[in-house]
Design a protein around this ligand. Structure first.
Ligand SMILES: *Cc1c(COP(=O)(O)O)cnc(C)c1O
Length: 410
């Protein structure tokens, strides 16, 4: 009989969000009158409407589809020129970063790109991940057969876990042994930490010395408040030779449901072939894209491009200010409640220490029962997340102010 990809059988059942849903449901069943009072500060999804400029651009694009002379069929697989040019100019050239338009690949999400990128890399790379971690990096490597089996604590054999703690400001130390792939995410989900030029320089230097590849997830770069902090890994000299960058409109402009993102593969980025020659990854990703993908819809790309118009940019900034404002309000309330908080300044997430002696899940249960607030237990993001919880600032201002009231009243 034909066989299946047994690597999938190594995956631990999705535990975190189903378990949160189960506990919330149980609470509602026993406290039905409280169901409407629950505030969800758990899931990392945006809540506020799509900017007007984006919607207007999409309406126009829909109407273009309604006329034979402006109808669009298959578009360029790598993305329309108008969007790639806008990205090149606004995200890179404006910051003095040398990225060419044809190094930008428009896709339907960073989650997909982050998983798909393994298609063009060799078999059996050694992989280093931050702990706590965005689970997609782990699971896609399990699926690709880059790990051993899961251990009791949910970690996988063969993966190098890089601990992120308050002591290292959630920027891990360089790996003890050589690795091929290193996933970095700044500003970080879940810890809300941000990386300085100096911190990223150390990683670029490591990657170049050890011929490793950095997979840099900058999904939250738009939340950076301090103008001196790097938004892109390519602000670090030498990164073009060792890094791939993932960007997304999801958290920047409320696109989680619309779906649009982009990935940068510099042409200087080389990898070793089976015959020992160094070859550019750009050509492989281009080939993969044109073979397995037919591009993001014209309507969506028009919506994304509207972010780079003056009106669009102002509306996106208002959206970001809303979430960053929420995070600032939450930070004060959590500190006033006597808790130790990290993040929430350059990211929409606060990473909070559970009170002494409490596990992440114990804090989760207490917040659910005492405050009717749903948070995310840190242990769900990895072993180093135990004893922490994540509060998301993705919410209405009304809900955030209600959270503040509840935290101060108990
Ligand atoms: C939300 C998020 C993304 C964006 O994923 P999309 O597929 O573009 O919606 C990427 N990385 C991290 C860490 C995220 O939290």
């Amino acid at each position: 009989m034909f066989s299946l990809n047994s690597n999938y059988l190594k995956l631990k059942a999705g535990y975190l969000f189903p378990e949160i849903a189960r506990r919330v449901q149980e609470f509602i069943t026993t406290n039905p009158s409280q169901a409407d009072h629950l505030i969800r500060c758990g899931i990392g999804d945006v809540t506020e409407p799509l900017p007007l400029a984006v919607r207007e651009a999409m309406h126009v694009a829909v109407d273009e589809m309604g006329s034979r002379s402006t109808f669009r069929g298959y578009g360029p697989e790598q993305g329309y020129d108008f969007l790639r040019r806008a990205i090149q100019q606004s995200e890179y050239a404006a910051r003095g970063i040398p990225i060419a338009e044809d190094e930008i690949f428009i896709s339907d999400g960073s989650k997909c790109d982050g998983g798909n990128i393994l298609d063009i890399l060799g078999a059996h790379p050694s992989v280093a991940l931050m702990d706590p971690v965005y689970p997609v990096y782990v699971d896609t490597n399990v699926m690709a057969g880059h790990t051993g089996n899961a251990r009791e604590d949910g970690s996988y054999e063969g993966i190098v876990y890089l601990e992120c703690t308050p002591e290292n400001h959630f920027i891990p130390s360089l790996p003890q042994r050589r690795v091929d792939l290193i996933y970095l995410c700044y500003p970080n989900n879940p810890t809300g930490a941000v990386a300085s030029h100096q911190a990223l320089r150390a990683w670029v230097q490591y990657a170049r010395e050890h011929q490793a590849l950095l997979l840099f997830d900058a999904a939250y770069e738009a939340y950076i408040q301090d103008k001196t902090l790097p938004h892109s890994i390519y602000e670090i000299p030498g990164a073009r030779q060792c890094a791939i960058e993932f960007r997304s409109f999801s958290k920047k402009a409320g696109f989680t449901g619309v779906r649009c993102a982009f990935t940068i593969i510099p042409k200087e980025l080389l990898a070793l072939s089976a015959t020992g020659e160094k070859k550019p990854l750009h050509a492989l990703w281009h080939r993969r894209f044109t073979t397995k993908f037919n591009g993001v819809s014209y309507i969506t790309q028009r919506g994304a491009a509207a972010i780079y118009t003056p009106e669009g940019a102002a509306q996106v900034q208002a959206l970001l200010d809303h979430y960053i404002g929420n995070a600032a309000i939450l930070r004060e309330a959590v500190i006033a409640a006597g808790l130790t908080v990290y993040g929430g300044v350059h990211a929409p997430y606060l990473w909070v220490k559970s009170p002494q002696g409490e596990t992440s899940w114990q804090t989760f249960d207490r917040f659910l029962h005492d405050y009717r607030i749903v948070i995310t237990p840190g242990s769900g993001f990895g072993r180093a997340g135990e004893g922490y919880f994540r509060i998301s600032a993705f919410n209405s201002r009304e809900n955030i102010l209600e959270v503040v009231k509840r935290l101060s009243s108990c």
